[in-house]
Design a protein around this ligand. Sequence first.
Ligand code: D2G
Length: 469
Amino acid sequence: MLASGLLLVALLACLTVIVLMSVWQQRKSKGKLPPGPTPLPFIGNYLQLNTEQMYNSIMKISERYGPVFTLHLGPRRVVVLCGHDAVKEALVDQAEEFSGRGEQATFNWVFKGYGVVFSNGERAKQLRRFAIATLRDFGVGKRGIEERIQEEAGFLTVALRDTHGANIDPTFFLSRTVSNVISSIVFGDRFDYEDKEFLSLLGMMLAIFQFTSTSTGQLHEMFSSVMKHLPGPQQQAFKELQGLEDFIAKKVEHNQRTLDPNSPRDFIDSFLIRMQEEEKNPNTEFYLKNLMMTTLNLFIAGTETVSTTLRYGFLLLMKHPEVEAKVHEEIDRVIGKNRQPKFEDRVKMPYMEAVIHEIQRFGDVIPMGLARRVNKDTKFRDFFLPKVLSSPPPQTTGSSSPSLCPQHLTPIRSFLDPVPLPQSVKKDFPIMQNFRFKSPQSPKDIDVSPKHVGFATIPRNYTMSFLPR
Ligand code: D2G
């Protein structure tokens, strides 16, 4: 009895010492870091965060601590930048210091700092330069990609006509079309819409984005070091990431076997050629791992966010039939029915432009953006963000301001106050020329609130029919 009592006292004393030391450590290393809620050892600010609604939790904390604050996602210390001003000052005015990439725990399971999206330093510099130049060689930002998009839109129109107005889930119609644009660049060819493997890959991407947006996905952002060893939905997400990696490996092997160094067929070939050229460079970033991960980056980034935006957009248009009608009116006036839309039409379609803008704003598909990292000791406002704070290193998350996100679709706002679309946003809605959208629900019953908000914003599942016009 006495022995167990003594043991208990000893244990409690040990625990107290550990807690005190950890608080003291945090105090000491804090310096002039932005303020923030006091963290507990290991769990950090977990108790102040609702993993079901991370974005809202973060906004709530920023009401108390201001637009720049320090947050502990479990053991991960991050600095959060909230709202337009802070994000602009960091990512635009101090772009160089903030150009590093932070971690996304789920994606990190497969990327591990390789590839163009989640890398830092010289690796990121080399891969970004190569990716931009090579994508351009394959027509991105030029006429080439426009023709590819037009052709793919034609395939979608045929596929939708073949539904004969039946009620369908549009998810994979949209993602097959969207993904085929990037796929023809990275893999040299589009997939057939009947291709079962293609559908399975798209299912994996959808599931992974969905997982990163759930409560468990956000919990995994904090406690991946433990959760990666535990059973749970994260294991399914890892399987899906593995499935995507296996597919890329198969594609790369095929390209290696059939490579003609004088005529690259796709992004993979161009990378393989660059690998050969740099074979003797001991510091090269052009090796198999970076080829695989960069290809996977392009495949995912070129598929999932645009697909989600379109899927959300169609739901919003059915919620607001008057907006859909105005878009149709503009299409009929500017393009007519007898030719395909082209990129040049955009400048003559301010209403369409405003609607796309508004869908992107409302959908808020990656609400907190991709995590950043300062790549040197950085003074920001009155704060000091050291390059290395602790292990893992700090990262900076940008969040858009809640004042920018009223819960209504109001394209008229952007229409009255047009803002030019960023160069990277060149989407159009070719299928709206050919179809009216019909929901089985009446507009007032359509729920446009998201199903999940985490890393991504996921719209609720729905069905619709495409009626030829
Ligand atoms: C992404 C996710 C996983 C691998 N590579 C890229 C990703 C998510 C959102 C974006 O990229 C930004 N894309 C347009």
